[in-house]
Every structure is written in structure tokens, then in C-alpha cells.
Design a protein around this ligand. Structure first.
Ligand code: ATR
Length: 281
């Protein structure tokens, strides 16, 4: 159990809704393991209250906060500076207070990429299909492009949002994304939509799995359930699958490093899976 005293440093996550977040469990577990005097909580902040909340982070003396849906883009205008990657993604999930200044970072794509490379997958020269074109898709697209993906195609319900994503990526990295699936096969297929998430576990963001085979890596950002219908159906086609737990845990570990200026050992990852998620996912 963490001992809270007058020297305890404050961390937290701001989102709306926030009740589903596992970030407090992950961060408090890490603090306990590292023996660092931090406490991390969750704060439900509506879009109308975002500025006041971010100002409060500074005035209340927080070390930093994570920022989640729907604030990841909007928060940028309330910060003093934003690091290069977060600026390129147009998304911030980590805010650190340093010398009374609010600095924004993004660890989502870093976390996703670490979970991807953990499987042994090499993105260089690969064809990628991304399902969904929302806030989660953008940093991942850009990260995969920067790491050498050959092509990216997007499959999404609303054309307008697909075009917005394609235009954004073209503008920031000069890379042309296909606004519809144009290839007959892909090396990597990623679901970035919430379709299939608990409690709607009977839904899948994809109907036709015929282009998926044993050489496809299929990835779902959803971690609850651990195996979505989308992943089950891909597995039935012989594909290798990964869920969103890796991204969730790694983005938290990278944020923790930023907050506390410490380097974490990646062996902590398995411990977090065992101790924080054993009963829940
Ligand atoms: P954001 O990530 O921007 O906050 P979201 O509501 O989580 O938004 O949606 C992320 C992506 O999942 C979007 O591309 C969204 O499709 P639209 O662009 O058509 O809105 C997609 N999505 C969400 N719910 C969906 C559903 N029920 N069926 C298909 N796609 C869905």
C-alpha cells in the first residue's frame, strides 16, 4: 500500500467519461514497485471545464497528468509547449509540469509500436490496413509511416472522416494514404474503432475476413474483451493476433518515465499484466 504524506506527488488522468480507465491501477502499481512517493487518480472533466482543469494541474502543484478522450487534441491549445512527436500527431496524452510550464507529450503511438515490435513484426516495407479514422488512428498511422510502412489504406464508416485523416497525414508527413482498401492482401490489419468492445462483444468492425491468412498480423486496440470477435475471426483464418493491452500498458509506462524522470525496466510489463489485469481482462 502506498503511504500518502505531505510529500506525496500528484498524478492523474483527465477524461470524459473516465470511470473505465485502468491508468490509476497501472501507475499506482508502478509507484509501489519503484518505491516512489506518487499517487495517481482519475478526474472526470467535461470539455467545458478543460481549461480550468489544466490550469488547476499547474496551480495545485501536480507533477503531471494523462489526458484521454475527448481531450487529446483540444488540450494542446492550453499548454506552454508540445514535443515534436505530439505536435506531428496533433495529439497529447501526457502533460508534465516543468518549471511552472505545461509541456505536452504523446506516448500512445510509442506504446502501440512497442507492442507491435514485441511480436517480432518489422513494419519496413509492409502494407497496412487501418479500420477507423478517429483520434486513435492518426498517431498510429503517422508512427507506422515514420517507421517505414510501404502503404496505408483506411476503411472507415464515414468518408468525410477518412478524408480528414488522409489530408492531415499528407500535410504533416507528405505521405499519401489510400482512402479505401485497394489491395488484395495486407501484412498488418488494425482495428482502431470501439466496435466489439465490452459490452458489445458480438460486433465486429469487419465482415469479410477472406483476405486475411496466416501471414497477416491482426491487431485490435481493444483490450476488453482480450479477444474480440474481430480477433477471433482473424485467428480462425490462421492470422497472428494482438490485442490492445500492450499499447495500454506501454503508453502508461512511457508516461510514467516522463512524469518521474526515471527509466523503467520492461520486465515490469509482465508483472503489470499479472497483477493489475489478471482478474479484469
Ligand atoms: P475518436 O477516436 O475520434 O474519439 P470514436 O467515436 O472512438 O472517435 O471513433 C473512432 C473511429 O471508430 C471512427 O473512425 C468511427 O467511425 P466514423 O468516422 O464513421 O465516426 C469509428 N466507429 C465508431 N463507432 C463505430 C461503429 N459503430 N461502426 C463503425 N465505425 C465506428
Amino acid at each position: 500500500m502506498i503511504n500518502i504524506d505531505s510529500k506525496t506527488k500528484l498524478l492523474g488522468v483527465i477524461g470524459y467519461p473516465i470511470e473505465h480507465s485502468y491508468s490509476p491501477q497501472i501507475h499506482n502499481y508502478i509507484s509501489e514497485k519503484m518505491g516512489l512517493n506518487y499517487i495517481y487518480t482519475s478526474m472526470k472533466v467535461s470539455p467545458a471545464d478543460l481549461k480550468a482543469a489544466i490550469d488547476g494541474v499547474k496551480s495545485l502543484g501536480f507533477t503531471g497528468v494523462n489526458v484521454t478522450v475527448p481531450h487529446k487534441t483540444e488540450v494542446i491549445k492550453h499548454l506552454d509547449s508540445v514535443d515534436d512527436a505530439a505536435l506531428e500527431y496533433g495529439s497529447v496524452n501526457t502533460v508534465k509540469v516543468k518549471n511552472k510550464k505545461l509541456i505536452g507529450y504523446s506516448t500512445d503511438a510509442l506504446g502501440y509500436f512497442k507492442s507491435l515490435t514485441d511480436t517480432g513484426f518489422d513494419i519496413k516495407g509492409k502494407d497496412v490496413l487501418i479500420i477507423g479514422a478517429g483520434g486513435a488512428a492518426r498517431p498510429i498511422c503517422i508512427k507506422l509511416i515514420n517507421k517505414g510502412a510501404k502503404s496505408i489504406s483506411v476503411k472507415n464508416r464515414t468518408k468525410e472522416n477518412t478524408i480528414r485523416l488522409c489530408d492531415y497525414v499528407q500535410k504533416t508527413c507528405g505521405f499519401k494514404i489510400n482512402d479505401t482498401p485497394i489491395l488484395s492482401r495486407y501484412d498488418l490489419v488494425i482495428n482502431t474503432t470501439p466496435v466489439g468492445m465490452y459490452p458489445n462483444t458480438e460486433a465486429s468492425p469487419l465482415d469479410d475476413f477472406s483476405f486475411i491468412d496466416k501471414d497477416t498480423l491482426v491487431s485490435d486496440l481493444i483490450y476488453n474483451p482480450g479477444e474480440t470477435l474481430f480477433l477471433k475471426r482473424a485467428k480462425n483464418r490462421g492470422a497472428k493476433i494482438i490485442n490492445g493491452l500492450g499499447m495500454l500498458i506501454y503508453q502508461a509506462m512511457y508516461s510514467y518515465e516522463i512524469f518521474t524522470d526515471t527509466k523503467l525496466d520492461f520486465s515490469l510489463y509482465n508483472e503489470i499484466v499479472e497483477n493489475v489485469f489478471k482478474e479484469t481482462v
